[in-house]
Design a protein around this ligand. Sequence first.
Ligand code: PRP
Ligand code: URA
Length: 205
Amino acid sequence: MLYVLDHPLAVHAITHLRDETTKPATFRTLAYQIGLLLAVEATRDLSLKDKAIQTPLEPHTGRVLAQQPLVVVPILRAGLGMVQPFLDIFPDVSVGYVGLERDHATAKASSYYCKLPPLTGCRVFVVDPMLATGGSAAQALGLVKQHGAVDPRLVCIVAAPEGVAEVERQHPGTHIHVAALDRELNSRKYILPGLGDFGDRLYGT
Ligand code: PRP
Ligand code: URA
């Protein structure tokens, strides 16, 4: 299930993110802004419960977030650029880490790090800005499921149709939230029009 962010601020920020003249400091700010919009959108279906409070004028029964623990799992390294927005709006969120790196020649992702808390009963958000072939995201979703996650969500900034199809093939029914759905992959498995290598642009490498 694919959800494409529909907000003029996201469209504006993505265009500057794509621009090759955008420097790492601005790139990080834009990634944060888009991440914030995505974090709000991806948590739209969180459960609420009643809470009795007293306003300055009268008693009132309001609604607050139910206590389901939230876990954000960035795919290192580029996914780190999407963690802070979740921390800022959900201060109690836990963070797990999955390190995956694509081989430059084959575009196949291999795992070099995995540190996840127990995920049973948690609402889990796997975050990675780029969904290209879908290999990295599919592996990460598999890992969080092995650690007990049920129905983990995938949150990306830019996706290629090929990546969406691969995640859907390996993990049918996954909710995928993206800020932009791009045209296609090139022969080196980079997204077109895309924005280049997100990790390199985020960290100026
Ligand atoms: C990038 C990106 C994703 C992956 C997407 O990471 O952040 O993790 O590629 O490609 P895929 O959908 O074809 O698997 P990369 O491997 O370049 O590592 P990095 O984050 O350390 O730069
Ligand atoms: N990873 C990136 O950073 N960019 C792409 O276009 C594809 C994979």
